[in-house]
Design a protein around this ligand. Structure first.
Ligand SMILES: [Zn+2]
Length: 360
């Protein structure tokens, strides 16, 4: 027997080997139904990959496959401290060396992404797959603007337990001397969400309405008679009747993407919230001070004042909510709520968090 599956962490797609006398990578590949051609491509992709031509007895080697049994990645323990990682992204293999800290519990490994160009490019260079890159952008999208916040020298530490998704992701800003942490927790339905170390969700919640209003003067509807244009048109927004000059709030934490006149909308502000949400505030009389494109705003922060600029018959706020580019009804749409780990699972979650934090 030259082959054994050793780890309790082995999922269906993760195969652990401990090298025995006479073992070779080609034996492991054929055991998993992987082609010899793939093996050759892998060995020639990087000069360091040739180290796999001679495996050391007793060392560990892990091969991860996709659900369709295609090759995903390989990790080979070169010595106590360093492992060789090879990840297949599309048609390209990337090779990285991971330094394992001494106390790192078995079953955990870290990948560090140092920011030089952009998160996407630097993460790919470190062998992080596209799905993980997208996941990280999404998880941190409420806290971090990946286009403007990242500075050279910042880093992301991705901690894996060889599950489908990272067990934790930590962003460290050297310049600002701050960090943002996200820890995975799988609920009883098998759905993985990310939380801070206290067990609170990283995504923020929304205010139901962007102002103190008198009444809703026009609802979200597919046909409405337009008093100025004198035609029937859809109104996929909410109009709130309010006195001229009433303060308007951002309904959630976000970043200003537009501040200015926008045709029929008059003076308008558009805010991006996290990855998927955008809100629009229109017909404003004026903007709040010190607002500009790229500026971060908090939930409940005053961004402007009710007016009647643009195509409007009287003082009101025209408010739109977009989810993944589509307009939704702000009065009925199920907005994200600030989730937390349930009390029953909190101890378990905190034990996992401290296991990860002490190993870094
Ligand atoms: Zn309107």
């Amino acid at each position: 027997m030259f082959f054994s599956t050793v780890s309790a962490y082995a999922g269906n797609n993760t195969h652990h080997f401990v090298v025995k006398r006479g073992d070779s990578l080609s034996q492991y590949f054929s055991k998993l139904g992987l082609s010899n051609r793939l093996l050759v491509n892998l060995l020639f992709a990087n000069k360091n990959n040739k180290k796999l031509n001679r495996l050391t007895i007793g060392h560990k080697l892990t091969i991860r496959l996709h659900n369709n049994r295609q090759f995903k990645s390989l990790t080979y323990q070169l010595n106590r401290k360093i492992s060789l990682n090879i990840v297949l992204n599309g048609h390209y293999f990337s090779t990285i060396f991971n330094r394992q800290s001494k106390q790192m519990p078995s079953g955990l490994s870290t990948t560090v992404v140092n920011i030089n160009h952009s998160f996407g490019i630097d993460a790919q260079k470190s062998g992080v797959g596209f799905s993980t890159i997208n996941l990280i952008v999404k998880v941190f999208s409420w806290q971090l603007n990946f286009n403007t916040d990242l500075k050279k020298g910042d880093r992301f530490i991705i901690i894996n337990d060889f599950g489908e998704k990272p067990a934790a992701i930590i962003y460290q800003s050297i310049v600002k001397n701050k960090s943002i942490e996200a820890f995975a927790y799988k609920n009883k339905h098998g759905h993985v969400d990310y939380f801070n170390r206290f067990g609170h969700s990283l995504s923020a919640s929304f205010l139901r309405a962007p102002l103190k209003y008198k009444r809703v003067s026009s609802k979200f509807q597919l046909r409405r008679y337009h008093p100025i244009l004198k035609t029937w048109r859809p109104h996929r927004a909410i109009d709130y009747a309010a006195s001229y000059g009433t303060p308007v709030y951002s309904t959630a934490n976000g970043v200003i993407t537009t501040k200015g006149r926008k045709g029929a909308l008059g003076k308008a502000i558009i805010i991006q919230h996290g990855f998927d949400y955008t809100t629009v505030y229109a017909h404003l009389s004026k903007y709040a001070k010190n607002l500009y494109k790229g500026k971060k705003v908090k939930k409940g922060q005053i961004i402007g004042y009710v007016g009647s600029t643009g195509r409007s018959t009287g003082a009101h706020l025209h408010y739109e909510l977009h989810y993944k580019g589509k307009r939704r009804n702000p009065l009925t749409y199920k907005l994200p709520i600030q989730k937390s780990i349930s009390y029953a699972n909190l101890q378990d979650f905190k034990a996992k968090v401290s296991n990860i934090l002490t190993s870094l």
